[in-house]
Design a protein around this ligand. Structure first.
Ligand SMILES: NC(=O)c1ccc[n+]([C@@H]2O[C@H](COP(=O)([O-])OP(=O)(O)OC[C@H]3O[C@@H](n4cnc5c(N)ncnc54)[C@H](OP(=O)(O)O)[C@@H]3O)[C@@H](O)[C@H]2O)c1
Length: 289
């Protein structure tokens, strides 16, 4: 995206690792420029910056949005990609089950606050929620009162299902947001890919085996990112909303993800958990009508 001329912000929790990654990107870019790789010659340098964001803290998430809004910048594309996978039962400083907050709730808070900027940023603004095939493997029957996993303890917490739940919430988010953004320039889509990440840990291997995907082809991080990049920058996808792409192709979402009652109940519950970090305007705009 930076090679195409976008100003890119990496919002993450480790400044050190972000700066190292940015230095690698800049040196890769200069090398590609020398080699005259297609697309690498359009700009002198790439613009990639770090901003601090810890999604396990609603305070940190709100701070990032305040900082971004104060900077007066435009925002055309918001990619919600961060996740924590198969985490044991733990609660954040805000009292939320960790995967619920990191993978979904904080990213929803980010989106709520940044949407007004996106609405003012041209005619093609996109929110990309990077979900997973794992959303199909959520807890069933799904009920909002089990979101925090309080009925479990550390020994019997089904981390795999709760990871699936967190990925389900992102797809529910796509639907409940688009319902309210239909007349706006902001479109929300969701992405995923099938294939083991080469850098994956044993726990992720267990995950792929569990899904019966043990023989699926490994993907490099770049191959894994392809679907999300396509959703973010492909001009042909301008104005497209409510699509879940798997490996760049539209794919059906789970029946529960398309269930409007579940979508709205998760939104209502999420608003209650974000109460101290949102304004009355946000509450009124997003409350169930
Ligand atoms: N890998 C796959 O096979 C696969 C398949 C389908 C979909 N996906 C989806 O693709 C996305 C990226 O997957 P990935 O495999 O690249 O994941 P990953 O290797 O586990 O990386 C996740 C990223 O999230 C960040 N993160 C975790 N907790 C955070 C927090 N509290 N605050 C801010 N950032 C935090 C991590 O930062 P740190 O470096 O600081 O830990 C890391 O950079 C995920 O949403 C995943 O569900 C992955």
């Amino acid at each position: 995206m930076a090679m195409l001329g976008a100003s890119v912000i990496i919002a993450c929790r480790s400044e050190k690792r972000a700066l190292e990654a940015i230095a690698r990107m800049k040196s890769d870019f200069q090398r590609e420029k020398e080699q005259k790789t297609e697309g690498a010659t359009q700009t002198d340098d790439i613009s990639v910056e770090f901003m601090k964001l810890d999604l396990s803290s609603l305070g940190s998430t709100k701070e990032l949005t305040d900082q971004f809004i104060d900077s007066g910048r435009q925002l055309n594309t918001l990619i919600c990609n961060a996740r924590i996978a198969f985490h044991p039962l733990e609660y954040t400083e805000d009292g939320n089950e960790t995967m619920f907050q990191v993978n979904y709730l904080s990213q929803l808070l980010l989106t709520f606050h940044l949407l007004p900027v996106m609405k003012r940023s041209g005619d093609d603004s996109r929110v990309i929620l990077v979900s997973s095939h794992g959303h199909n493997f959520h807890s069933t029957p799904f009920t909002v009162d089990k979101i925090q996993g309080k009925q479990h303890n550390a020994d019997n917490f089904p981390r795999f299902k709760y990871y699936g739940n967190s990925k389900l919430y992102q797809i529910l988010q796509m639907y409940f947001m688009n319902r309210r953004l239909a007349d706006s320039n902001v479109c929300v889509v969701s992405t995923s890919w099938i294939g083991r990440h080469r850098s994956n840990t044993r726990i992720s291997r267990y995950f792929m085996d569990d899904l019966g995907l043990e023989n699926s082809k490994s993907k490099s991080p770049v191959e894994g990112a392809e679907c999300t990049l396509n959703a973010a920058i492909n001009p042909a996808l301008k104005g497209v909303r409510d699509v879940y792409y798997q490996d760049c192709k539209p794919k059906n979402t789970h029946d529960d993800a398309r269930n409007k009652d579940i979508q709205e109940s998760v939104l209502e519950y999420s608003l209650s958990r974000l109460n101290d970090f949102i304004t009355d305007d946000i509450r009124n705009e997003w409350k169930t009508k």
